[in-house]
Design a binder for this molecule. Structure first.
Ligand SMILES: [Zn+2]
Length: 610
């Protein structure tokens, strides 16, 4: 399959399946799939048709009583579903946002985005009354509606709407909160972010901004890392003087709003928006903070030993075990095709379709956004953006984003109300495919490369699971302390962070006082407990990958999971595929793969030292 420009392979992957050659197109074909140009008259026509549809819906239903009769409500929901599922209405914004991903300097596209957004928001705001009115339905009627046959397809939609509405305030209050949120939250976090990104450090005669300096720590030689990190934490310590006020302000703001809305726990609102349940999150956090932290302590002890030190410095915790294998894009495609086809013919065929249809934009180039993402919307081609380089990480990224894409493809069979995903299940799908691809490569590399791959995967898993749950614990302690004591000083915030970094890194990592200033630059700590979602996703995919390995027939469950979209609470989605998140030990079981990886790594090291 690889084309003529294929680079020399560092290892020869042998596919298990015999696949027909294909001709991939490695750039997005926006012109054939969306609009011919920024000036295509179809753009204006589509925006107009969306405006007309919203206004027609508003006009029709504003004066009708749709909250008393289930049949009438079903009719209204059907019409609302139709609007949500019409690709013409979302095509203009989708087109321009994909354009700007490829060329961040396209100011014409940026202008169009804000103009169209303003028009569509204005039009869709006219339909806001619909969900607001529906949210006011008395409890007894809600119960009736949820049981009514005509509303069966909309049951979960209504359940979510009613659950959310229980925390709504009056229209006037909602308006005040929304108008004040920019200065109560956004302006504060922007401030710290801006200061961090504008402060410079002199390193080897060059002045570099803090974010770049943090990136540089990762690529520096092992022994040089602590020095640069020391310079960074010195700056962060100074910024802490203002970050202290930022943290106290935003957390008090969130807490005040939670109390007004009647959310009981600091993470209640987030858990509800992720379609999750509080007890599952609590079980997850408990399992990771106990069994999980013991595992990460064990691994860092092992890691200190392989680096020949008594203790690792905090800045050395992510040091890779070696250069590892290089993989060309053509080979990455070959591996993914092989794995996807083996798991399910449809997944392989869908990948081919994405490749041949120019739905994956592969190469880094000037002006293109960094990183990688998958983007899917009802009725549109699915798009994946990469910035591929020839290493193993890029292969994993391709597998990860394709996992998201396959999830979106399968969930497209749902109603437009349900074809999206909770961030938790989305990360389950992506890391599952990442896992499967890892296993396929791992099986074929040399023992020395196996050790590197395994070591680096363990490090990444710990960063996703243990580190994020340590952040969760820190965030919770900060929330509770600020609430009970009325505030926290910069020194208290630093000490809290230091304590929680120590909690997951263990005695083999020297967490210094200054490392606690990390709280200043970690943006995710400001996302209201968002940090747990990736840990949850990865832990569930570990269980699924294990079940699949034990018995390939489990693919029917994997497929069911992928098709469910967001048509029910995530605990019910997992239950369907044999994972009971209400059982206390499910999350401990989810850590077993990590325990096995660490054990396997230990064995590999022993073999190597012989
Ligand atoms: Zn992802």
């Amino acid at each position: 399959m690889p084309s003529k420009k294929a680079k020399k392979k560092s290892f020869n992957y042998t596919p298990a399946t015999n696949l027909a050659p294909i001709t991939p197109v490695d750039t997005w074909q926006l012109v054939t799939q969306y609009y011919t140009s920024h000036n295509d008259p179809k753009i204006e026509a589509d925006v107009k048709s969306a405006e007309t549809a919203y206004r027609a819906f508003a006009k029709k239903w504003r004066t009708k009583s749709f909250t008393t009769d289930a049949e009438v409500l079903a009719q209204a929901l059907k019409e609302s579903e139709k609007i949500a599922g019409n690709p013409a209405f979302s095509r203009p914004l989708r087109y321009f946002s994909l354009v700007t991903a490829l060329n961040t300097g396209d100011s014409e596209a940026e202008k169009q985005i804000s103009l169209i957004q303003r028009r569509l928001r204005k039009a869709s705001d006219e339909t806001l009354f619909f969900s607001l009115e529906l949210g006011k339905v008395p409890k007894a009627t809600q119960k009736e509606f949820l049981k009514h046959e005509a509303l069966t397809p909309y049951r979960y939609y209504l359940e979510r709407l009613f659950a959310g509405a229980a925390h709504h305030l009056s229209e006037a209050e909602e308006k005040i909160i929304s108008l004040k949120s920019r200065q109560a939250y956004g302006r504060w976090t922007d401030m710290t972010d801006k200061i961090v990104s504008q402060r410079h450090i002199t390193w080897k005669g060059k002045s570099i901004a803090i974010p770049e300096a943090i990136e540089t720590v990762n690529i520096l030689p092992f022994t040089e890392k602590p020095k640069l990190w020391g310079l960074i934490t010195k700056e962060l310590g100074q910024i802490s003087e203002v970050a202290e006020h930022e943290f106290n302000a935003i957390i008090t703001d969130v807490r005040t709003e939670d109390e007004l809305r009647g959310y009981k726990k600091p993470y209640s609102a987030t858990v509800q928006s992720y379609q999750d349940t509080e007890d599952a999150v609590e079980r997850l956090v408990a399992a990771v903070s106990d069994t999980g932290f013991k595992l990460s302590h064990k691994f860092y002890k092992l890691k200190a030993k392989i680096h020949g030190v008594e203790q690792l410095e905090y800045s050395q915790r992510n040091e890779s075990a070696g250069a590892g294998i290089t993989i060309s894009y053509d080979e990455a495609v070959e591996i993914c095709r092989d794995v996807f086809y083996r798991v399910h013919t449809d997944y392989g065929a869908f990948f081919d379709h994405m490749l041949e249809g120019g739905q994956i934009d592969v190469w880094p180039r000037g002006g293109k956004t960094g990183g990688a993402f998958m983007s899917a919307q009802t009725g549109h081609p699915i798009n994946v953006m990469l910035n591929h380089v020839t290493n193993f990480g890029s292969l994993e990224t391709l597998a990860h984003e394709m996992g998201h894409a396959i999830h979106a493809m399968r969930s497209a069979t749902q109603s437009p109300f349900y074809d999206g995903h909770s961030i938790v299940t989305a990360e389950t799908a992506s890391t599952l495919f990442e896992n499967l691809v890892f296993d396929a490569v791992y099986a074929q590399v040399s023992e020395a490369d196996k050790a590197i791959l395994l070591h680096d995967r363990i490090l990444r898993d710990i960063s996703t699971i243990q580190r994020q749950i340590a952040f969760f614990n820190a965030e919770l302690e900060i929330h509770n302390t600020i609430h009970q004591a009325g505030g926290m000083s910069g020194e208290e915030l630093r000490a809290c962070m230091e304590k929680h970094l120590k909690s997951y890194l263990g005695p083999a990592v020297n967490v210094r006082k200054e490392d606690g200033y990390s709280y200043v630059y970690i943006g995710h700590l400001r996302y209201g407990f968002y940090v747990y979602s990736y840990a949850y996703g990865l832990m569930m995919s570990s269980i699924m990958a294990k079940k699949y390995k034990e018995d390939n027939a489990y693919v029917t469950k994997i497929d069911e999971f992928l098709r469910l979209g967001e048509s029910m609470l995530i605990k019910d989605i997992y239950k369907r595929i044999g994972i009971d998140t209400t059982k206390p030990d499910t999350f401990t079981v989810a850590l077993e793969r990590l325990a096995e990886d660490i054990k396997a790594y230990e064995t590999l090291l022993k073999k190597q030292s012989k």
